[in-house]
Design a protein. Structure first.
Length: 630
């Protein structure tokens, strides 16, 4: 894995080499093995390399035969051998054995449509000197990140991480008010926004061509989208065989590496399935890595050990204290913008462990989105059945009224916490799903914001993120929310979390469940084979029954839970008490101090569980101190 950085001055001024080097050095953790720079008057490209394939001759920037095409690239193209053969037959000559060189020749042969040929994860920038254009592209699912900005001084800048763009002296660190509201709604800033005005993320499955001709156009184009079109007339046995074959192939092609390779193993269905497939294709024991917790309430390491014993893996376990919040302030330097998924803490630890033993690790990420594994899918379909029976006007009146009078009983057993269900039933499908996935409700967000900030938002609502994607989404209610998660939660939360945590430890993570051919195939499976009789990932579990025991396949998975609610009433109580009066927060003019204090008081007194809201504020405050303080 690598880090890429670039400056393209559209006004024709030479690129500042020292500035480009400073921007590049900020991403050394992404590529500690080698670095390289290309300067050609108005264009400058820089690269940090983590060597994985062709260790001796894969240095970047990398050129075509006559030096007119240059690329810097972050990722892996798994079908590069087949593409190389095709390109050689077309007359192209190769100097290396690495996948990077395929990109420059594919550009020469197929122009921007070259990205449609690539199978893998990637973010790259390619300069064509003869065409005098810069081409950026990001992989279909957004596994690899790519940020960009067009500055007032004429510089178009891009990088793998936001910190490198922020190092440019002409970048304004002005918060985007809509992005702030989206952060507190979702716990991350969804693509294409960043927390800063005028800095963007290139959307997954998109490319961008920049030419120094007036008028300057910064208009990304889409080259791929997943389409949910279920195919009927195929038996469950046939679908099981297809899924097994596609997953096995997706795993197999991700085993190419010239450095030590292993896998994350949580003991859940997805990571266990990946390890099972790896064991079928590797001659030596699979190296597996797991996190365990001292408190049994949070620990699931015994399930990972069970899979390890079954496949005789070389298993490594790191025991983490449940109160391991020492990374809290480091998170802002890793993620560069506010990121409130608290599972980023154990994710960092498992990446830290894995890097001690391997340079490449396979993960099970993407299985839930592809095959309907989240518990919220089951609840959403149940609510959809009621919504389909009761007209919206009646639901809004009846359930809306019940939600208004029913107490928010966070302290009570789940069976008595009906307020959220009533609220969901009173809404339309996308509105209801927004309510389900929100970190902070509309009422709490409006409560903590200052009057001036609410006026600045001018009726903007973060649901527009989901509504924009839903316009192109499928009709089936399960497929629709899978699609929405693939477009938002998967890329904005899950993949961001893993990319930054792994790259902070100079570790490459590969995700077989997000092989685009696998994703396209899974989108053809009928929804009732993904979520069947309340069982999520039914078809995956069915096809893995010959590879994994039932207590791995059919148990209820907890995930990487951390006890933030407990922290705020004990170990972090003093810090959160100071948080609600923090100058770093209050000076922004976004928040109402009295409301923040109420949020804290309600939590410590046990009246309401405001832990997610307080965690989001804690992360935002840490980000503000690092990036907004003068």
């Amino acid at each position: 894995m690598c880090g890429i950085v670039g400056i393209f001055n559209l006004d024709g001024k030479p690129v500042d080499r020292a500035l480009l080097e400073r921007m590049n050095d900020l991403q050394t953790h992404r590529g500690p093995d080698e670095s390289g720079i290309y300067l050609n008057c108005r264009i400058g490209l820089a690269h940090k390399r983590l060597s994985i394939i062709d260790l001796s001759s894969g240095k970047q920037p990398l050129f075509n035969e006559d030096g007119t095409v240059c690329v810097v690239y972050n990722g892996e193209i798994y079908n590069f051998t087949d593409l190389r053969k095709e390109l050689e037959e077309a007359g192209h000559r190769f100097k290396t054995k690495c996948d990077t060189e395929v990109i420059v020749h594919a550009w020469e042969e197929w122009s921007t449509s070259c990205v449609e040929r690539f199978r893998g994860m990637f973010a790259f920038a390619l300069w064509d000197d003869q065409e005098e254009c810069l081409f950026l592209a990001r992989d279909r699912l957004g596994i690899k990140p790519l940020y960009y900005a067009y500055l007032d001084n004429g510089d178009f800048v891009f990088s793998s991480e936001l910190k490198s763009i922020l190092a440019h002296p002409d970048v304004r660190r002005e918060l985007d008010p809509y992005a702030v509201d989206e952060y507190f709604a979702y716990g991350y800033v969804p693509e294409p926004r960043t927390i800063f005005k005028d800095i963007y993320k290139l959307l997954p499955g998109h490319g961008l061509v920049i030419r120094p001709h007036l008028p300057i156009s910064i208009s990304p184009f889409q080259y791929w989208n997943v389409e949910f079109k279920p195919e009927q007339g195929i038996s469950i046995e046939e679908w099981s065989n297809i899924l097994l074959d596609k997953l096995g192939e997706a795993v197999r092609i991700r085993l190419i590496s010239d450095v030590p390779l292993g896998a994350f193993l949580s003991g859940g269905v997805d990571s266990s399935s990946v390890v099972a497939m790896m064991a079928q294709h590797m001659n030596e024991p699979v190296k597996t890595c797991s996190i365990s917790f001292k408190e049994k309430k949070y620990d699931e390491s015994r399930y990972a050990q069970q899979v390890s014993d079954l496949y005789r893996t070389e298993h490594h376990v790191k025991t983490v204290e449940v109160n391991d919040f020492s990374l809290l302030d480091k998170l802002s330097s890793i993620y560069d913008e506010p990121f409130a998924d608290s599972s980023s803490l154990p994710t960092y630890r498992v990446c830290e462990l894995a890097r001690q033993h391997v340079t490449v690790a396979l993960s099970g990420d993407g299985g839930d989105e592809n095959l309907a594994g989240y518990r919220r899918y089951k609840h959403h379909l149940y609510e959809e059945k009621i919504r389909s029976i009761v007209p919206y006007s009646l639901r809004r009146c009846i359930f809306g009224s019940l939600a208004a009078i029913y107490p928010k009983a966070d302290w009570a057993p789940r069976i008595f916490r009906a307020k959220a269900t009533f609220e969901a039933l009173s809404k339309r499908d996308v509105e209801s799903y927004f309510h389900t996935v929100s970190n902070m409700s509309d009422s709490i967000r409006r409560e903590i914001y200052s009057d001036a900030y609410i006026q600045l938002l001018n009726d903007y609502h973060p649901i527009s993120v989901l509504e924009r994607h839903a316009e192109r989404g499928p009709d089936h209610p399960l497929s629709l929310i899978q699609y929405l998660d693939i477009k938002t939660y998967l890329v904005g939360d899950i993949l961001t979390k893993v990319d930054r945590a792994s790259m902070a430890n100079s570790l490459e993570v590969r995700v077989p469940f997000l092989d685009h051919l696998f994703v396209e195939c899974m989108a053809k499976i009928p929804p009732d084979l993904k979520l069947k009789d309340g069982e999520g990932k039914y078809i995956l579990k069915r096809c893995m029954e010959n590879y994994l025991p039932d207590d791995i396949l059919y148990r209820r998975k907890k995930g990487f839970a951390v006890p933030i609610s407990q922290w705020f009433r004990n170990d972090l109580r003093e810090r959160v008490e100071k948080l609600v009066h923090s100058e770093a927060l209050l000076s922004l003019g976004i928040f109402n101090e009295r409301s923040l204090s109420n949020l804290y008081e309600q939590h410590v007194r046990g009246v309401r569980d405001n832990s997610v809201a307080l965690w989001s504020l804690l992360i935002f405050e840490s980000f503000s101190r690092r990036y907004l303080s003068s």
